[in-house]
Structure formats: structure tokens, C-alpha cells
Design a protein. Structure first.
Length: 173
């Protein structure tokens, strides 16, 4: 039997960065903590510093083993893409700073893992995250996306572990 695993999921943004920490124990998901890092309309360097500090606090408090982050797939314009990439980079540096592995998933993979189809609306993701984690209220949209990313990783890691078990006992060539 595998030991419980903690995952922090991130939905990085230059104005709001969502985070969500879950624990997977067997096939059960448990919500540990989630929320948003809301950033003031400051210069970019200060916003990145806030992302780094706030996520460091969350990691130190919740002690995840791995970070799951959504891949950037589009932006309204080149400047937005660059800024989003820098916020994402700050979040990934936090993981490296704390010795966490980083796994990346496309929005399609995240939605597929949580809702069952890759074209799901944000509200569907939010609803399914609430159901899967047994939350009384739906989390804020960015936090829901972050929790969905963590759930996606937990599903992938669980599937990989089951496959590895099958290989070890000779069920899979």
C-alpha cells in the first residue's frame, strides 16, 4: 500500500495566482488548503516577489512533495504571455527552492482528469473539484484550477504507480 502523497497545484497568473494543496491516500483525495495570491498593481518585480514569498509560506506550512502546474497554452498578446511566463517561472523557482519536483500538465489534461472531457468550462471544473474534495462551498475560480491541477497529478501518479506495480509482479511486460 502506497503512503499518502501531498501535491500543491498552481494556476499562476500575474494578477492572481491560485494554489491548492491536496493529499491522496489510496484513491481518496483530501483537501489540505487552497486560496489565491492576489497581487497589487505594482511593478512586475514586486509582484513576482510576492508570489515567491506567499507560495513559500504555503509550502512550508503544508509540506507538499511535488508541484503540479498548468502549462501556458495561449495569451491575448505577446506582452501578456511574457508576464504570465514570468509569474509561472517565479512559482517554479519556489518549488526548486524547496526541493520539490515540478510536473506540468496542459489545460486539456487537467480538465480531462477532473471533468472527463478536455473542453470543460471553468464552472464545470470548479463544481467537480468541490465534489471530488467533498468541499461545502466551491473554491474560488483560480484556486479551483490549482486544485484541479493537483488532482490531475495525483491521478497520473496513481496510475503510474499501479503500472509500476504490475511491471514488478509480471502482469505488464
Amino acid at each position: 500500500m502506497a503512503r499518502p502523497m501531498r501535491v500543491i497545484g498552481l494556476d499562476p497568473g500575474s494578477r492572481i495566482t491560485g494554489f491548492g494543496v491536496i493529499e491522496i491516500d489510496g484513491t481518496a483525495f483530501h483537501h489540505i488548503e487552497s486560496g489565491n495570491v492576489r497581487l497589487k498593481d505594482d511593478v512586475l518585480a514586486l509582484r513576482l516577489h510576492v508570489i515567491f514569498n506567499r507560495l513559500s509560506e504555503v509550502i512550508e506550512r503544508t509540506r507538499p512533495e511535488v508541484m503540479a502546474v498548468e502549462k501556458v497554452f495561449m495569451a491575448r498578446n505577446a506582452q501578456s504571455a511574457l508576464t504570465l511566463g514570468q509569474a509561472r517561472g517565479a512559482a517554479i523557482v519556489v518549488a526548486a527552492h524547496h526541493g520539490l519536483g515540478v510536473e506540468e500538465y496542459s489545460a486539456l489534461q487537467v480538465k480531462q482528469a477532473v471533468v472527463g472531457h478536455g473542453k470543460a468550462a471553468k464552472q464545470q471544473v470548479q463544481h467537480m473539484v468541490r465534489i471530488l474534495l467533498g468541499l461545502k462551498q466551491p473554491p474560488a475560480m483560480d484556486a479551483a484550477d490549482a486544485l484541479a491541477c493537483a488532482i490531475c497529478h495525483a491521478n497520473h501518479a496513481h496510475g503510474a504507480a499501479r503500472l509500476q506495480s504490475g511491471i514488478r509482479i509480471g502482469l505488464v511486460p
